[in-house]
Ligand binder design. Structure first.
Ligand code: SF4
Ligand code: SF4
Length: 219
């Protein structure tokens, strides 16, 4: 999922200052799951914004803000508002801005990364969407994301007791994880093969990416 967290209320108040009627709009998918921008968080934020503020804050949560079709149900509400305060990830915020070109749209969240929930209240980054997934070679552990230096051919030599030298307190060494995983699969011989240089043009380094699929274009 896309993991996000809410901006401080004071920062949000500064963003929407001057708008009389604001639609606080949640998203029912990733940010609901990571407890940042779903129906509950919309109610909490709208309540906080009403404190000491004369503005009017309407609330709604749609299934997905990254899909235009789900905005149909809130079109009238947004048209009647001076601005939208989106509690979606950055993708949803940009979709709202695209669909309502004359309406100010503000982000209430900071979009952090694509990742997983480790335990209650903790998430970690797992995929950088490199466009050429190699998890099949590395035992299901991503060297691009889980190694702080995105090394493709083994560890840098700086790890200690399985921790990454970039931040031993917080980070496991991704290459230790790859080694342990391949060892448990009895596939350590995989590491004898030198991985060729990655084509970074398939990542965001090659500019904003697009995907076209003729097989589903007419559906
Ligand atoms: S190899 Fe690329 S696509 Fe696969 S998990 Fe890692 S970053 Fe994501
Ligand atoms: S210590 Fe491990 S995770 Fe950290 S940069 Fe080196 S190889 Fe990558």
């Amino acid at each position: 999922m896309i993991v996000a967290e809410r901006k401080p209320v004071e920062e949000i108040k500064a963003l929407i200052a001057g708008h009389g009627t604001v639609c606080v709009l949640g998203c029912g998918t990733c940010v609901t799951v990571c407890l940042a921008g779903g129906e509950r968080e919309v109610a909490v934020l709208a309540g906080a914004l009403r404190c000491g503020n004369n503005g009017h804050f309407s609330e709604n949560t749609i299934e997905r803000q990254c899909d235009a079709e789900f905005f149909e149900n809130v079109k009238d509400q947004i048209d009647a508002s001076d601005a939208v305060l989106s509690m979606a990830c950055g993708v949803g915020v940009q979709m709202a801005a695209r669909l309502f070109p004359n309406k100010p749209v503000y982000p209430a969240l900071n979009t952090k990364f694509m990742g997983v929930s480790d335990k209650a209240g903790e998430w970690s980054e797992n995929c950088l969407a490199c466009g050429d997934c190699k998890l099949g070679i590395f035992g299901g552990v991503c060297p691009v994301t889980r190694c702080s230096k995105s090394l493709a051919n083994g560890p840098c030599g700086g790890s200690t007791k399985g921790r990454c030298e970039v931040n031993p307190e917080k980070l496991e060494c991704g290459w230790q994880l790859i080694y342990d995983r391949l060892k448990s699969l009895n596939k350590l011989d995989t590491l004898a093969e030198i991985a060729p240089p990655r084509d970074w043009s398939k990542t965001h380094a090659g500019g904003p990416r697009k995907l076209s699929r003729e097989d589903v274009a007419g559906l």
